[in-house]
Design a protein around this ligand. Structure first.
Ligand code: SF4
Length: 208
């Protein structure tokens, strides 16, 4: 069965989102996917298969971008799990639309793809937002539950560092439910990396 364009592309508030995969190497305790099936104007973000570039392109072509200035790879999965589609889609958006492209990622894309993807990612999008989530590797392992184990936290920080060396448009993010003390510790980590920290309200996005 084909995915519908609503499952691949959806609108939340004033932004357009691309849901290009449901795959993710993590199982965050706060992941919105376990609470509801959709966000924004989407009816269901569970894809019946990983869309091809042609399917994502068709969803973009069918959408009227008038009044929107940003498109975000996010959705019900980790976008770098479909990295080839992400890159091709970003290149297509750049060739067709004058719109800013952001990727919301858990920062584990190099582990997912078995190679350093930071340069390819940063050269094809305008902004990268990376989930920091926790201030230390032990809490990260318990909260994010990455399949790559305890070293995932340091790998995510290394990815953030590499992206920051390539572009100023990198942000780290935490969800506000972690509490003020933890947010403060995360703020220090972000400052040490010269990356701004975005504190997201829980429930305003599926990811990152
Ligand atoms: S919040 Fe994001 S990184 Fe965590 S399990 Fe959900 S999709 Fe994966």
């Amino acid at each position: 069965m084909a995915n519908t364009s609503e499952e691949i592309l959806y609108v939340y508030k004033d932004k357009v989102y691309l849901n290009i995969t449901n795959k993710c190497p993590c199982a965050c305790t706060f992941c919105i996917r376990s609470k509801k099936d959709a966000i924004g104007d989407a009816s269901n973000l569970w894809l019946n298969h990983n869309p091809s570039f042609e399917e994502v392109k068709a969803a973009i072509d069918a959408f009227d971008f008038n009044g929107y200035n940003e498109i975000i790879f996010c959705g019900y999965g980790e976008p770098t799990n479909s990295f080839d589609v992400l890159v091709k889609t970003a290149q297509y958006i750049r060739s067709k639309l004058g719109i800013k492209i952001r990727v919301n990622t858990n920062g584990l894309g190099s582990l997912v793809n078995g190679r350093d993807i930071s340069a390819e990612l940063c050269s094809n999008v305008d902004a990268v937002s990376i989930s920091l989530n926790c201030s230390n590797k032990e809490d990260y392992l318990k909260t994010v539950r990455p399949k790559f184990g305890i070293e995932s936290f340091d790998e995510m920080l290394d990815f953030a560092k590499k992206c920051r060396a390539l572009t100023e448009n990198v942000a780290l993010s935490v969800v506000d439910v972690i509490g003020e003390d933890e947010i403060e510790k995360c703020q220090k980590i972000a400052e040490g990396l010269n990356i701004p920290l975005r504190v997201r309200k829980y429930d305003n996005s599926s990811d990152n």
